[in-house]
Ligand binder design. Sequence first.
Ligand SMILES: Cc1ncc(COP(=O)(O)O)c(C=O)c1O
Ligand SMILES: N[C@@H](CCCC[NH3+])C(=O)O
Length: 419
Amino acid sequence: MDHFEIVDGELHAEQVPLSAIAREVGTPVYVYSRATLVRHAKVFREALSALPKVHIAFAVKSNPNLAVLRVLAREGYGADVVSEGEMNRALAAGIKPEDVVFSGVGKTRAELIAAVRAGIGQFNLESEEEGVELSEIAAALRTRATCTLRVNPDVDARTHAKISTGKAENKFGVAYDRASGIYARLSALPGLEMRGLAVHIGSQITDLEPSRQAFLKMGALMNALRVQGYTVSHMDLGGGLGVPYKAGDDLPTPADYGRMVSEVAQGWGVTLMFEPGRVITGNSGVLVTEVVRVKKGTGSPWVVVDAAMNDLARPAMYDAWHDFAAVRPGGETMTANIVGPICESSDTFALGREIDAVKAGDLAVFRTAGAYGATMANTYNSRPLVPEVMVDGERWAIVANRIEPATILAAEQVPDWLA
Ligand SMILES: Cc1ncc(COP(=O)(O)O)c(C=O)c1O
Ligand SMILES: N[C@@H](CCCC[NH3+])C(=O)O
């Protein structure tokens, strides 16, 4: 459930008509509902309430907007970060360093130093090499870094190949068969405190079975490590739970996921950690766009909108589906191709889709755009960086400005030798 509904013939975000936002901020613009974010955060936490010890770290990459992070900080969420930039955002939003988990396959030396200095709560190590480097850094700073070892369980998440992370051929984590040897060697290092294992097999997962298989493998590894005398007090099960992108999609709910985890992790005696991203933010946001013009074609007409693949990259990158809806639907429909203005054929949101009938100047939205939307935006074709708005009941605020091409141009210079 979200808070984007038609009231008096017009799509609203909570109690705010989207046309009011478009009038003042212009389009394209991302609009987030605070109430939906809060609801999703509570539903996910509630789904895990049968588990004894739980730590939830919001996957910042899915939506790193400072106001979004603040909402989740107020819900008691920690943060899962993958760069110094994300770490600084989480801290700026008021998330305590000890509630931050630092993931990522390529943390640089500078990032490791900054994170140790900041007192980050947990490093999810993705290789033995990273562990050795972090140990040196922590020891030099006269401390110990608390870590888990991310394991690649070689399980197919059955999601899009480009967002699958738990197969042996993916770059993430250490090979399952090598994990206990690496854990043993890392446990002996002076600058590390190894406290557990981490796993994350992919994103937009729509079937619980692969996660269950992966978690069972992690449980077996945990037992083997304990038999060898090692401590495993924390198990980070990652994120990845999918969300419905199409009206009518039937997916496992957070409650289904929670039940599966409770069954698998029965008797583990660990703090279970989770890194949800999309399931919290996906349906909390829409991308509002204006129809530039409707162009006749040889087949369906081309509905050219002012949002493009630089604003919402998912359709171009993963052939992802985002529902499209008119802000003031008139009841008629049309079959159309929806495209953006960018000079690439991949700048296509939908082909031959039945949509609300629209004409030039109409406002429309792409739904389920709160996750991996604005965060993946860029300025290709010298377009502005898309702004973001948050709605809270009757009030709303710009939470990220539109960054104009002139601002980006001002950061460039022509060297003397080209004058
Ligand atoms: C390590 C890690 N944790 C958490 C997430 C969040 O995933 P999702 O947004 O699918 O919940 C990701 C992204 O897939 C990730 O790579
Ligand atoms: N960017 C991807 C998700 C990647 C998840 C990163 N671990 C998407 O839009 O679906």
